[in-house]
Design a protein around this ligand. Structure first.
Ligand SMILES: Nc1ncnc2c1ncn2[C@@H]1O[C@H](COP(=O)(O)OP(=O)(O)OP(=O)(O)O)[C@@H](O)[C@H]1O
Ligand SMILES: [Mg+2]
Length: 159
C-alpha cells in the first residue's frame, strides 16, 4: 500500500522558496523520483535549483530546456534534471538515453512529466506550483510509500 499524503505551503517570495527548498533537500536521498507540475514560469526550475544547492551542488543549474536531460554528480548520487516540454513524443526518450538512468540509484527531477508518460520510472512525489505575481502555492502529493515518508518527515520538520 502507498497511502497518499498531501502537503501544502504558501510561499511569499523567491527567497522563501529557496529556504523551503533547502529544508526539503535534507529529506531526499537516492533513489527518488520527483515530478514538477505548474505552468510556464511557475518556478519549477527555480525550485530544482534550490534543491540542488541544498543537496550540496555548487555549480550552475541551467534549465534543461534544449538538452531535455541534464545529469549532475553529487556526493551521494547521480541527479538528473529533465524538462520534457519540448519532447515531441514520449518514445523520443529512448533516443535521449532514458534507459541509461539507473532509477534505483538516482534522484530525478522531472518538469512536464506528462510528456513522457509511459517511459518514466515510477514516481514518488508530485510537486505542483501555482503562481500569482511573486506568490507561489506549493502542493505536494505522494505516490509511493517513500514519498509518503518524505511528506511525513517534512511536516514534522516544519512543525
Ligand atoms: N516566489 C517565487 N518562486 C519562484 N520563482 C519566482 C518567484 N517569484 C518570482 N519568480 C520568478 O519566476 C520565474 C520562474 O521561472 P522558472 O524557470 O523557474 O519556471 P518554470 O516553472 O521552470 O518554467 P518552465 O515551464 O518554462 O520550465 C523566475 O524568473 C523567478 O525569478
Ligand atoms: Mg523550467
Amino acid at each position: 500500500m502507498t497511502g497518499s499524503e498531501f502537503y501544502q505551503q504558501l510561499i511569499e517570495t523567491e527567497a522563501q522558496l529557496m529556504e523551503w527548498a533547502e529544508q526539503f533537500s535534507k529529506l531526499i536521498s537516492a533513489p527518488c523520483q520527483i515530478h514538477f507540475e505548474g505552468n510556464l514560469g511557475a518556478g519549477k526550475t527555480t525550485l530544482v535549483r534550490g534543491i540542488m544547492r541544498g543537496l550540496g551542488y555548487s555549480g550552475l543549474v541551467q534549465s534543461p530546456t534544449y538538452t531535455l536531460i541534464e545529469p549532475y554528480e553529487i556526493k551521494s548520487a547521480m541527479v538528473y534534471h529533465l524538462d520534457l516540454y519540448r519532447l515531441g513524443n514520449a518514445e523520443e526518450l529512448e533516443y535521449l538515453g532514458i534507459r541509461d538512468i539507473d532509477a534505483d540509484k538516482a534522484i530525478c527531477f522531472i518538469e512536464w512529466p506528462e510528456k513522457g508518460k509511459g517511459f518514466l520510472p515510477a514516481v514518488d512525489l508530485v510537486i505542483k506550483l501555482e503562481a500569482d505575481q511573486h506568490t507561489r502555492l506549493l502542493g505536494m502529493s505522494s505516490v509511493s510509500s517513500k514519498g509518503s515518508h518524505i511528506i511525513t518527515q517534512l511536516k514534522r520538520a516544519l512543525d
